[in-house]
Write a protein that binds this ligand. Structure first.
Ligand code: SAM
Length: 285
């Protein structure tokens, strides 16, 4: 359905802290929109006020997104341009908008990205971890067992891992990274583009110690970036060391489960994989 009389949906990125990061193009489109679909209209009203704009707004969040699709499609058909924004950063990136974009694209509407701030990109471009390949995992599960199991599933990946985390869970998540990934390098980007922007770099255990010393380091919003699994040769070396470690622990009467936990803590990798290796060694393999 491409008809130039129809309006377009503009997916517009807004600041993640520093209001100067809003692009002139984004500001112009916000000012021209027939309607702005916003995750939280009260929150976005502050941004519009800051820009000296007053435009009609409509809420679009996870609970009403599906119901809004037909309504916004009608506006486009009537020739109105619609702007989609979220509370911060790029819509659809851990924010509402996916259902709307999927359905409108399916129906043949014109959808225009207006790029700008995105916390994961801001974190990655200053972290000093490889960015040629990375996996973005959104938010890790809230419960520790599910979180550990997700991390275990990612432990062998050799690209940089990136996730979002809230101040309520940052310590628990770091704890789980210590248990599952051991000494892996982690870079924490906190409060990006804001007054207290901080990058912390080290093992998850070292970052936890830093938060213990200075609880302010656990405040604010976080992008957590984790180095990928070490290259193979290093891993083979690790396996040799692990065999020695596991064999010594077993010889001292330590159980297979505890020996595996020890190896995972000291050498990285998953407890599950070290468990299998410890069992083989115990069985005389
Ligand atoms: N759409 C946003 C984007 O483009 O980055 C992300 C929205 S998601 C609901 C919010 C999460 O993004 C926060 O919990 C935090 O992990 C991360 N985040 C957002 N702003 C941030 C900032 N200024 N500094 C660090 N992390 C931030």
């Amino acid at each position: 359905m491409s008809d130039s009389a129809y309006g377009s949906l503009y997916v517009v990125a807004t600041p993640i802290g520093n209001l100067d990061d809003l692009s002139p193009r984004a500001a112009r489109l916000l000012g021209e929109a027939a309607v702005i679909a916003a995750e939280d209209t009260r929150h976005s009203a502050r941004l519009l006020r800051h820009l000296g704009l007053e435009r009609p707004m409509l809420s679009l969040h996870e609970h009403n997104e599906a119901a809004r699709v037909a309504q916004l499609a009608e506006r486009l058909v009537a020739g109105d341009d619609v702007v989609l924004i979220s509370d911060a950063g790029t819509p659809l990136i851990c924010d509402p908008g996916f259902v709307l974009v999927r359905e409108l694209r399916h129906a043949g509407h014109r959808i225009v990205p207006v790029p700008g701030p995105c916390a994961l990109v801001a974190g990655l471009c200053a972290a000093g971890l490889p960015t040629d390949r990375f996996t973005f995992i959104g938010f890790l599960p809230a419960k520790s067992a599910a979180r550990r199991s997700r991390l275990e599933g990612l432990a062998a990946r050799d690209e940089t891992l990136v996730c979002y985390e809230s101040p309520h869970r940052i310590r628990d998540t770091l704890d789980d990274i210590v248990s599952v990934l051991g000494e892996r390098r982690v870079v924490l980007a906190r409060e990006l583009t804001k007054t207290f922007e901080t990058f912390l770099d080290g093992s998850a255990a070292a970052l936890l110690a830093r938060m213990q010393e200075d609880p302010d380091q656990a405040r604010g919003e976080f992008v957590v970036m984790i180095a990928g699994a070490p290259p193979k040769e290093e891993h083979e070396q690790t396996t040799l060391e692990a065999d020695q470690l596991l064999a010594a622990a077993l010889a001292e009467g330590v159980g297979v489960k505890q020996a595996a936990a020890l190896a995972a803590r000291l050498l990285g990798g998953t407890k599950k994989s070290w468990y299998a290796r410890a069992q083989t060694l115990k069985d005389g393999g």
